[in-house]
Design a binder for this molecule. Structure first.
Ligand SMILES: [Fe+2]
Length: 455
């Protein structure tokens, strides 16, 4: 028996159609749908209708169906929360009949195929706790592979080595009974066979809103069980998610749940997590302005979005963190946050301020190259905190800043590969660095140029 496992469609009908076409070409007629049919793309009703029209299927509910259910029978005049705008739009754009169908689906399904037990539920947490999001969730991947093209082979290796090196994860899965465990929710496609046991974990990824960084493809997974033998094959169907994301602008969803839809457009076109970062941001922003309303007044929700988007246009590590960091020292006019400092530094970083051994490779396009230590100590002058260093393969430290617990690195863009910043990184001592006279002179030069530029 061959099953096509499809999950997390999130209202994306064109994605469902593209995957169904691929499934049909392969002659597969059995389906497993692992939850989250609505919320985010503007075709939830059509997605549900399409699934209802499929003959051989197992369908379970996901967490988005829970949001839909929570609105049933509620007074719509009270629907005024910013974060909930997308849920309100969904509720109003799914027919009652389709809503009833969706909400009548079970939360989990267990079945036996050819003597093999199959368990289907929306989140892996039901099987082994919160390990997936902690280790290989879309937020973790977005930070780990930020701005870098991800190849499915590299991602697979990264996921397997991450989970195999995690004792807690390996211990929890060792307790599972033989069988196939199917789940979705994280929007990251992966699978794992527990060594020495007939236990298979399968996440087919999100067909409608992939967040594992493999751009312009739609994931689904084929489960093949024959004479008790299990084969798992991950498929990625090419689909122009960048063009598709732009079409969301024409939907009523864009008007009625504007902030959410704009973030989803960013997620679709990058295949990377954004929404949870924004929710963290708006939460901190609301706390800052003393607004206790949750899930957020529309005003707070929209203003926070504008601020967050501005910070997102910066690509250095910690760009979302630094809007929270302020200079209380009033050292430089117009420099309030490290974003202001970054803007000013882009006008003054130059070959002369680059470390001598790296100057030949310095270019205006790679302006942060060879500038890390002097920049970090300048940041410290203005914002306080400490300078820390990531130990590089060549034995040198790459310097970055930690201010009030916010980790950021104004010169991270020079690296092809994302660095791993750890709380164990060594604190860098100014006096030790400036014992090298040439470095102290470059620091003075950078400082002088900066002060001149903002005067
Ligand atoms: Fe989902």
């Amino acid at each position: 028996m061959k099953y096509a496992i499809i999950s997390d469609l999130h209202g994306n009908l064109p994605a469902l159609n593209a995957v169904l076409e691929d499934v049909s070409k392969r002659g597969i007629t059995e389906f497993i749908f692992a939850g989250d049919y609505c919320l985010s793309s503007p075709y939830p009703d059509q997605v549900i209708t399409a699934i209802r029209n499929i003959k051989n299927k197992h369908v379970i509910r996901g967490n988005e169906e829970h949001y839909l259910e929570s609105l049933v029978g509620k007074d719509q005049s009270q629907w005024t929360d910013g974060q909930m705008q997308i849920s309100y739009w969904n509720y109003r754009n799914i027919s009652e009949d389709n809503r009833d169908y969706l909400l009548s689906q079970p939360v989990n399904v267990d079945l036996i195929c050819d003597g093999v037990n199959i368990h289907i539920t929306h989140t892996i947490e039901s099987f082994i706790g919160e390990n997936e999001f902690r280790l290989i969730g879309p937020g973790v991947l977005a930070k780990r592979f930020k701005g870098k093209k991800i190849d499915p082979g590299i991602l697979k290796k990264y996921i397997i080595s991450t989970i195999e090196n995690d004792e807690r994860f390996m211990e929890e899965i060792s307790e599972l009974e033989d069988g196939i465990y199917i789940f979705g929710h994280s929007h990251v496609q992966w699978s794992y066979k527990v060594p020495g046991k007939d236990v298979y974990l399968i996440n087919p990824g999100s067909c409608g809103l992939p967040l594992d960084g493999i751009e312009n493809t739609l994931p689904y997974t084929i489960l093949d069980i024959e004479n008790g033998n299990v084969k798992v094959e991950h498929i990625r169907v090419y689909f122009d998610l960048v063009s598709y994301s732009k079409t969301l602008k024409d939907s009523t969803q864009f008007k009625e749940a504007n902030v959410w839809t704009k973030i989803i457009m960013k997620e679709l076109s990058s295949s990377r997590e954004k929404i949870t970062f924004f929710i963290d941001y708006v939460n901190r922003y609301a706390n800052d302005i003393g607004d206790n309303r949750r899930p957020f007044a529309v005003d707070t929700w929209e203003t926070a979005y504008d601020k967050w988007e501005k910070s997102m246009s910066y690509v250095f590590y910690g760009n979302e963190e630094v809007a929270k960091v302020h200079s209380d020292r009033k050292v430089l006019k117009g420099i309030d946050t490290p974003l202001d400092l970054y803007d000013a530094l882009t006008k003054v970083w130059c070959k002369e301020t680059c470390a001598p051994r790296m100057q030949n490779e310095w270019t205006p396009e790679n302006m942060t190259y060879g500038q890390c230590s002097i920049t970090s100590f300048l940041v410290q002058d203005i914002f306080g905190g400490i300078v820390k260093g990531v130990l590089l393969d060549d034995g040198n430290y790459h310097c970055y800043n930690v201010v009030d617990g916010h980790v950021f690195d104004l010169t991270s863009e020079q690296f092809e590969k994302e660095l791993i910043y750890s709380p164990d990184d060594k604190v860098q001592i100014r006096e030790e660095h400036f014992r090298k006279e040439e470095k102290r002179q470059r620091y003075e030069l950078l400082k002088e140029k900066l002060f001149l530029s903002v005067e």
